[in-house]
Design a protein around this ligand. Structure first.
Ligand SMILES: NC(=O)c1ccc[n+]([C@@H]2O[C@H](COP(=O)([O-])OP(=O)(O)OC[C@H]3O[C@@H](n4cnc5c(N)ncnc54)[C@H](OP(=O)(O)O)[C@@H]3O)[C@@H](O)[C@H]2O)c1
Length: 491
């Protein structure tokens, strides 16, 4: 008889990359809470030596509120004992061969013992420097795969990608892999090694021209966006992530591969407690800017779904899919972890819910007074957004700019206020446009099939990972926005 999904982790040794990141630390908490009889957790973090890796894990993972339930349930002492017995801090860097693990004995132990590799480390900046994103998201994925292949016992690499590797598409988006070199417009193939050579040549040129660090950073950011667009992707992040998927799929050999493609990850739905979150990304940037009274208008298609998925559901899905494909020689399976197909929430609803939330529970401004934000105007096309911003901000901005020089005390504040609002709206729109105007729906048939199979075999000892059970209104009002206020804005 097959073991249950959680039972499966018993006596297994796992490597988790990106351990200091949002998703991985939830995975670590889930594993230790659900299966304390896991054999060992090798947690890879960027650090110069063992001591600083251990320090980072202590400060950035185990000391977080995320662990308060486990701490309360088993007590401080037992949790500390569990961590020192099971957790091995690994100082490393995935851009390097052997993931930068330089301690020979540690490397040998890892290669002898690891059963499953969970690879979630990445740079998640949409407009990251091309050299940085290519090294981490693309070649880093290859380094992790090579490490997994060299490990004697490893029987699965679970690689975390993103649903938006599909580019700006519409209709139902299926869970299919990308072939090596495939592009979105089907024209000229992308050669990943040539991309790296291009990056190195450009860096040499910039050095020869005596460019400053700042100039080099801008040039490398521009290069990433240019190359991404050339092959059909809208930003450097999704382009370098898709090339990471290509490497992993193409060079996998007999190593079973699971590629998890989450959409926008939000706060915990229920485990270890509702509403835990770290950092402000994608749709949350918009919600927080609105709550702070800094968002007057925005570019978004109200009628489209905003595909978000709570982080604990992603972590649970990672455990369930790992259990399913462990030992599944040479398999290559893609899982969308998404909500837009089974239980969509529309941008229009998020706007209405956020207005209601901040009306009832406003954020406090610097003066300690409640901020009363006005309902933002949602514009659904780039042309409308450009027209609106030029009328609302640009023309008055020029006039106000002149007036503020002549009469600084009367007009200076007004000018600065408009300027801030304008810059905020433009920055958010520029970064998140591909997500906000996204017309596609992510088919999550593979995960749904797995859920049904688990239920039929009564193997469902994992907490929920189906978006069907989410009441979005309740989640936003009682879990997610309060979670942002407490854990991110510290209100
Ligand atoms: N968050 C989302 O909404 C979302 C949605 C879809 C997919 N994803 C994917 O989910 C995964 C996790 O995302 P996240 O939100 O948890 O990201 P995150 O919070 O930014 O964490 C990224 C982690 O990767 C580590 N990392 C970066 N470069 C590294 C390197 N060279 N060597 C070793 N570690 C490195 C970071 O370490 P440092 O602490 O040293 O920087 C950090 O621990 C990523 O693969 C991402 O693409 C995320």
């Amino acid at each position: 008889m097959e073991p249950n999904r959680v039972q499966f982790l018993e006596n297994k040794t796992l490597l988790i990359t990106g351990a200091s990141g949002f998703l991985s630390k939830v995975l670590v908490e889930r594993v230790l809470s659900l299966q304390p009889n896991v054999k060992k957790l090798y947690l890879l973090v960027r650090a110069s030596d063992n001591k600083s890796a251990e320090q980072r894990l202590h400060n950035e993972v185990f000391e977080k509120d995320l662990f308060k339930v486990l701490r309360k349930n088993i007590g401080d002492e037992s949790l500390n004992a569990l961590i020192s017995e099971k957790v091995v801090p690994v100082p490393g860097d995935i851009t390097l061969n052997n993931m930068g693990v330089s301690d020979f004995n540690l490397l040998q132990d890892m290669m002898q013992e690891i059963d499953i590799v969970f690879h979630a480390a990445a740079t998640t900046r949409f407009d990251e420097r091309y050299d940085v994103a290519l090294r981490i998201n693309t070649f880093g994925a290859l380094n992790v795969l090579n490490f997994a292949k060299k490990s004697v016992k490893a029987q699965l690499l679970l690689h975390v990608s993103t649903a938006y590797v599909c580019g700006e598409r519409s209709g139902l988006i299926q869970e299919i892999p990308f072939a090596m070199g495939e592009t979105l417009h089907g024209k000229n193939k992308v050669d990943i090694n040539t991309e790296m050579q291009l990056v190195e040549q450009r860096l040499e040129q910039l050095a020869e021209q005596g460019c400053s660090e700042e100039e080099t950073k801008h040039a490398m950011r521009d290069l990433g966006l240019k190359r991404a667009k050339l092959f059909g992707w809208s930003n450097t992040y999704s382009f370098t992530k898709v090339m990471g998927e290509m490497f992993v799929g193409h060079y996998r050999g007999n190593m079973p591969i699971v590629i998890i493609r989450p959409t926008m990850i939000t706060s915990t739905f229920s485990d270890p407690f509702p509403g835990w979150i770290e950092g402000v990304k994608t749709v949350d940037t918009v919600i927080v800017s609105y709550g702070k009274g800094m968002l007057k208008c925005f570019l978004v298609d109200k009628k489209t779904a905003c595909d978000i998925i709570p982080v604990d559901m992603v972590a649970n899905a990672m455990i369930a899919t790992a259990a399913e494909h462990f030992h599944d020689s040479g398999s290559h399976t893609i899982y969308h972890v998404a909500s837009s197909y089974r239980n969509p929430i529309m941008y229009k609803q998020i706007k209405e819910i956020s207005i209601r939330y901040f009306k009832k529970s406003p954020l406090l401004g610097r003066s300690g007074m409640p901020i009363v934000p006005k309902a933002p105007l949602l514009l659904s096309t780039k042309a409308m957004f450009r027209l609106y911003t030029s009328l609302r901000f640009k023309l008055p901005l020029q006039v106000l700019g002149l007036l503020s020089i002549t009469f600084p005390s009367q007009f200076g504040n007004n000018y600065q206020h408009h300027n801030r609002e304008f810059k905020m709206a433009m920055r958010l729109v520029k970064l998140y446009k591909p997500y906000l105007l996204f017309k596609g729906v992510f088919d999550d048939r593979n995960l749904e099939t797995l859920r049904i199979k688990n239920e039929a075999k009564e193997m469902n000892d994992l907490p929920a990972f189906s978006p069907k059970c989410i009441d979005w209104e309740d989640y936003f009002i009682n879990t997610h926005i309060p979670g942002l206020a407490t854990h991110v804005l510290n209100k």
